[in-house]
Design a protein around this ligand. Structure first.
Ligand code: HEC
Ligand SMILES: [Cu+2]
Length: 322
């Protein structure tokens, strides 16, 4: 699943779901009405200016000007504003229903400064898979998304799919997502949450059910056993220096709670690193491990001083974790 983002990813004007379509219709209606009102006001202004300069213009009678002000200045704006508010409330309510009858999967996303922990649950709430910073959904099927925060207030936003939903510590917000068009869309934290708020992004892959099932099966599987040699040496480095914060789930282990950092069981299968900050690959991974603060100043991953051989080994280990 490599390749670029879908054209128009991260744009509300390129909807890929019913909810996003309703929002974009509302936006175009509001823009059109605003443009019409603006043009009407400018035309009235021009007409007034032109009439005032024309010699012999009669002022309107008092009754006529009162009627004009009451109609054009009170009644029409009130009617237009009430209609727009009703349209907006209607769109909002239509998107507020978070029940997803018959949803086969639930995606739980927890915002952390400055990354996204992702857990897939079955209908009974049992964990199916744990990953981070990349969310997959099957196209044309409603998915229930539970939104939490581990620290401060974040906001979950995939512009192509729907509006923003806050992630508030101690509260679980739910939303229904249904992508109608396959693609790779970009999501972004939409609530200022600290220095690296701007680099708290993720990618959402909407794909046909078979591809989604394949992806989920891969994420459910335990980590690949490292090849003897460099990768096995890398695993020792990982256990010594990284396992305090990161989990790699091996065969025979159950799902752990998330650590302080993203789950790395299948990190090589991800498109990007550092919450969509860098492309994934051996060079960027080595750069990230050697100097995460360089890519994302202030990030809650300290630089880990490693010998060059150890760095190569840990990169070989992680890059084999497809
Ligand atoms: C003190 C905790 C801590 C330690 C120790 C630590 N990390 Fe991290 N790591 C984090 C946090 C937090 C993030 C998320 C950073 C972000 O994107 O904001 C992260 C992100 C990452 C990522 C990006 C994952 C993704 O999907 O975007 C990789 C890869 C990674 N760390 C590898 C390592 C390796 C390898 C080591 C050991 C050499 C290590 N980390 C040590 C906390 C830690
Ligand atoms: Cu945030």
């Amino acid at each position: 699943m490599n390749g670029p983002l879908t054209h128009g990813a991260h744009s509300v004007l390129s909807p890929a779901s019913g909810q996003a379509e309703a929002i974009v219709v509302l936006w175009w209606v509001m823009l059109a009405v605003s443009v019409l009102v603006f043009l009407a006001v400018m035309a009235a202004l021009a007409l007034g200016a032109w009439r005032a300069r024309r010699p012999g213009t009669q002022a309107l009678s008092e009754a006529a000007s009162r009627r004009l002000v009451l109609a054009g200045g009170v009644a029409v704006p009130l009617a237009v504003l009430i209609a727009l508010v009703l349209g907006s409330v209607r769109t909002d309510l239509a998107g507020a229903d978070d029940r997803v009858p018959g949803a086969r999967i639930v995606v739980e996303v927890t915002g952390w400064q400055w990354w996204w922990a992702v857990r897939y649950l079955d209908a009974d709430g049992a964990t199916l898979a744990i990953t981070a910073n990349q969310i997959h959904v099957p196209v044309g099927e409603p998915v229930r998304v539970l939104l939490r925060s581990g620290d401060v207030i974040h906001s979950f936003w995939v512009p192509n799919l729907r509006g923003k939903t806050d992630m508030i510590p101690g509260i679980v917000n739910a939303a229904a997502y249904e992508a109608t068009r396959a693609g790779v869309y970009r999501g972004q934290c939409a609530e200022f949450c600290g220095t690296q708020h701007a680099r708290m992004a993720f990618e959402l892959v909407a794909q046909p059910r078979e591809d989604f099932d394949r992806w989920l099966a891969q994420q459910r599987a335990p980590a690949a056993v490292p090849e003897p040699g460099r990768a096995a040496e890398g695993r020792r480095v990982f256990d010594r220096d990284c396992a305090n914060c990161h989990r790699v789930r091996e065969a025979g282990e159950g799902f752990w709670p998330q650590g302080l950092g993203p789950d790395l069981t299948h990190v090589a299968s991800r498109r990007r690193l550092g919450a969509a900050t860098l492309p994934n690959g051996p060079a960027h991974l080595a750069g990230w491990i050697a100097d995460p603060q360089g890519a994302k100043p202030g990030v809650h991953m300290p630089p880990v001083p490693l010998e060059p051989g150890e760095l190569k080994a840990v990169v070989a280990y992680l890059m084999a974790l497809e």
